[in-house]
Design a binder for this molecule. Sequence first.
Ligand SMILES: Nc1ncnc2c1ncn2[C@@H]1O[C@H](COP(=O)(O)OP(=O)(O)OP(=O)(O)O)[C@@H](O)[C@H]1O
Ligand SMILES: [Mg+2]
Length: 379
Amino acid sequence: MAQFDDETDRRRAALQAVVDPVLFHSLGELGTLREVRPRGRALEVVVAVPTDAYPEEAVLRERLASAAGADVDVVFESMGEDERVALGLRLRDFDGTSAPPSGPAQGHGGTARPNPFGQRRGGTRILAISSGKGGVGKSSVTVNLAVSLAAAGHSVGLLDADIYGFSAPRMLGVERPPMTVGRTLVPPVAHGVRVVSMGFFVDEDKAVAWRGPMLHKALEQFLVDVHWGAPEFLVVDLPPGTGDVPLSIAQQLPGAECYVVTTPQPAAQRVAQRSAALARQLRLPLRGVIENMSYWRAPDGTAYEIFGSGGGQELAEQLEVPLLARIPLETVVREGADDGRPASIAAPGGEVAAAFSALAERVEALGPARVYRSELKIG
Ligand SMILES: Nc1ncnc2c1ncn2[C@@H]1O[C@H](COP(=O)(O)OP(=O)(O)OP(=O)(O)O)[C@@H](O)[C@H]1O
Ligand SMILES: [Mg+2]
């Protein structure tokens, strides 16, 4: 009998270590493993979940079974309101967003809680993807880069800050909005990426006419009220061109690194310079250029440079940053964007997927940007 109890204890410990796929913490940290009861050779496991519509039951069940090394019969029990509120607060503790900031209040319109990405040198690398103009594939690059980083084993968040043309939910095939746990929003996860978009909160066909302070506030909420779970990377899809959003991002994400997406023709490159100039003005480090729609490869293997060539390289030289990728033009990118399966997922062995995973590796290899010290700043 004693032996049996030991075994159950060992299994209980293994189950406590299982990471909740929705909340990004172990059941032990979350305090959501309610009961473990041996039943014959199997285990009956009771787990508390914040909602009746817990979206990842199958994944959690599988993780529990493999941790226990036994058949498990998992019973999901919905939390009561008090428990949910307490869990929401615990999630904020994990993110460091529960306590009011020390020192002078930050931000505008004053959220009392600190923004988890508000430090210039935080634990998360923030990759702001920009472009001089629309339609160059900025969102496609953002989404595929995020998915490739996740596929390489990193924890990744994606903030769709293109409030005028949000597209991340569709491109990633995310249908459910963030889950509400008390007053904390838990983002949905798609292809390993935690996603938050204005698209969850407003209708796609209602143009968002927000500017200035309201916009700033909305972005702040996306940072502060969301349980991001301290990802290694936060990839941000900026609206094209210059405007209020980059300014807000620079204030709220002072550690952001900028990447510029361009197409190969010289005209696009001139436009792309604008967003590079903006990065400099906002004092965000510009890390690299990503050329998209670089060529189309015919079935016989010939590469056709439909939009010209050399624009990305030239821009990179002018800006004195590396050209990090040349992404080919391929139907799978557009199709994948339309049906929620990014090219890196839909055609994992293909040239586009390889280009994006090479991009992810190069971004990782760049390492965090060195922090500018104001006394060292030139120009
Ligand atoms: N490498 C590629 N191959 C094929 N199609 C692509 C490629 N990159 C982007 N596209 C397609 O081009 C269109 C524009 O891409 P995307 O939406 O990513 O651009 P964007 O710069 O974010 O545009 P917007 O300014 O509207 O936000 C989309 O239909 C997308 O599927
Ligand atoms: Mg876009």
